[in-house]
Write a new protein. Structure first.
Length: 330
């Protein structure tokens, strides 16, 4: 059944989302960091190894923690260019599969088959000053924008994994609240014009298939300025959201913050808007481009079955029957 994803400030599923996040953070997986360190994934992607005190390494992670580790492991695993989640063509299909698995998990723990992930329409909020953005109604739903998050349901969230900015390693520790530093890592959010310029690029992706590509994917991911030649300071689009929110959203464990999922749901919405206008196409095709980024290469997964980029291009009723959006950009 295709559920309907809506803006978080209008979505009837916003509370279910928050309740689901907290439930997943309280449910143990039975899987410890020590066990993860012994998997083939860590053998092939050593950067995904978890460090920390022996007592913490031997405590099972929550489902919320495991989702954060999945993202970090994907970023630690090279894939021809970039990695299995970012800096390459696979960025949008991989995150589509990733978002859907959370959506399904919350449907399961909530008992609500009609639950749909909300999105944060940040281009709509993008033009005001930082001071105005910090007063957005969003924070009444998602918790305070700066400091340790101690308001609203997200104030009850506890996480255990952290990608250290000091040495780049992944550490496990006792449960702790998340934190944010909004408005300090970037000056403002992407504006509606940035979204329009991004959608105007008719090529999904192209050589060299990485952060140097002149393409829709690279503009949306945020390594190329949508307004080509404008010489505006980076970051842009998706990357700008991570840096603007800061705190937990900055490192590879950014899925710790529920805002990560609302950001990526909006990124997916923009991609869906692009495909509605341009066709459900993906590049590179099955027989070209770097391994790990091609249309029929499996999308990295850990617990759930893996799909291919070519298999997730239509999430609507006419395809996978997963979801559709209440409104598309453009």
């Amino acid at each position: 059944m295709a559920v309907v994803r809506r803006d978080v400030l209008a979505s009837p599923d916003a509370q279910t989302f928050l309740d689901g996040v907290l439930e997943l953070s309280r449910r143990g997986t039975g899987v410890t960091p020590t066990q993860l360190n012994g998997t083939e994934i860590v053998q092939r992607a050593p950067g995904a190894r978890v460090f920390g005190p022996a007592g913490e390494l031997d405590k099972p992670l929550s489902w919320w923690d495991l989702l954060a580790w999945w993202h970090f492991a994907a970023m630690s695993w090279p894939a021809g260019v970039g990695n299995r989640a970012h800096r390459g063509s696979i960025f949008l299909p991989w995150h589509r599969q990733y978002l859907r698995r959370l959506e399904e998990a919350i449907q399961t723990v909530s008992g609500k088959a009609g639950f749909a992930l909300p999105y944060w329409n940040w281009a709509q909020d993008g033009t005001p000053s930082n001071a105005t953005l910090l007063g957005s109604p969003l924070w009444s739903v998602l918790g305070n924008p700066r400091g340790v998050v101690n308001t609203g349901p997200v104030g009850q969230l506890r996480v255990r994994l952290l990608n250290s900015s000091a040495d780049g390693r992944l550490y496990v520790g006792p449960p702790r609240p998340i934190w944010r530093d909004a408005g300090r890592g970037a000056d403002g959010l992407p504006a509606r014009a940035d979204e329009t310029w991004t959608l105007a690029d008719g090529l999904y992706d192209g050589t060299p298939w990485n952060e140097g590509a002149d393409s829709f994917r690279n503009k949306l991911e945020g390594f190329q300025d949508p307004r080509e030649g404008a010489r505006r300071p980076a970051p842009w689009m998706h990357n700008r959201i991570h840096m603007w929110v800061g705190g937990e959203m900055a490192p590879g464990t950014s899925p710790n913050d529920p805002l990560f999922w609302l950001n990526h749901c909006n990124v997916d919405r923009i991609w869906e808007g692009w495909m509605t206008r341009r066709g459900r196409t993906y590049l590179p095709p099955a027989n070209q481009g770097p391994a790990g980024q091609r249309a029929n290469d499996p999308l990295f997964s850990i617990v759930w079955p893996s799909l291919k980029a070519s298999e997730v291009l239509d999430a609507t009723e006419s395809g996978l029957d997963w979801y559709r959006y209440d409104a598309l950009p453009g």
